[in-house]
Design a protein around this ligand. Structure first.
Ligand SMILES: [Zn+2]
Length: 269
């Protein structure tokens, strides 16, 4: 691998369109070329010595000594952290909404093109070419949306671990049960939670941050963070927590994140 090209034995030299993503000067043990939405991608496996400079640097940078945090995952926002930070749900941004609308329109156009081809009773070359063109358009936009979502997630995770908290406590979400849910919105949310949590866990593992999962029955949302009262009457639509016992008032999800941070019963993920 060079900065701007790589050698693939069957293809010889191949120019890279984007630089800086592949490691230069390391022993490559294998590689994969893939194709998605009109573009080629290459990924490689390299050997890195455990005691190498790269890993030592990582350890030096990340010494998790900061205060532990609790994170509440939500529908309205992606994540609410007990240190007061909130990460937005990118799917609610106007940009993503606009692109999703465009995607739906393009998908409808694609299915109309299929219908047209069927009606004409088989294969006209133009109809097929038009379908292929439209398909690629749909794939490209779909991929772009995915990249926006992934990028947003990665940035949020980076911001969270950057503070080097000693531990991160999250809820024990019944994601598998949620995914089977008939409500599309809930199934979609479950998928998002799942992807966010597994990424966060992987990142925490690398850095040495303890990842805690609060007990399944711990009422993180219903407990008052000030006095410990469990507000059984709190409804899902109540966005503000008002304690009937002591009057403590806080954003519902922020209150939950504080309780998660201070949870005494948890397992280590
Ligand atoms: Zn209270």
């Amino acid at each position: 691998i060079w900065r701007h090209k790589l050698m693939i034995p069957t293809l010889k030299h191949v120019r890279l369109k984007e630089y800086g993503y592949l490691p230069v000067g390391l022993a490559v043990t294998s590689g994969t070329v893939s194709y998605e939405a009109g573009r080629f991608y290459v990924s490689v496996v390299v050997d890195i010595d455990e005691k190498s400079k790269y890993n030592n640097d990582l350890e030096a940078i990340y010494q998790p000594t900061g205060e532990g945090v609790g994170i509440d995952l939500g529908i309205k926002d992606l994540a609410i952290v007990s240190d007061g930070r909130t990460f937005k749900n990118i799917n609610k941004s106007s940009k993503v909404r606009r692109l999703e609308k465009r995607l739906r329109r393009m998908q409808r156009q694609l299915s109309r093109k299929y219908e047209f081809k069927k009606k004409k009773g088989g294969i006209t070359a133009t109809a097929s070419a038009n379908i292929d063109k439209q398909k690629l358009k749909v794939q490209k936009l779909y991929q772009r949306l995915n990249h926006i979502r992934e990028d947003h997630e990665n940035k949020a995770i980076h911001e969270i671990v950057k503070q080097k908290p000693r531990f991160i406590t999250v809820e024990d979400l019944n994601i598998k049960g949620m995914m089977k849910n008939r409500h599309l919105a809930k199934a979609v949310a479950a998928e998002r939670f799942y992807s966010f949590l597994s990424k966060l866990k992987r990142k925490a593992e690398i850095i040495g941050i303890e990842m805690r999962v609060a007990d399944r029955f711990y009422p993180s949302s219903k407990t008052c963070h000030a006095c410990g009262y469990v507000h059984k009457g709190l409804k899902l639509k109540d966005r503000v927590y008002i304690c009937p016992q002591c009057g403590y008032t806080a954003d519902r999800d922020f209150n939950a994140s504080l309780n998660l941070r201070d949870a005494k019963e948890y397992r280590i993920a």
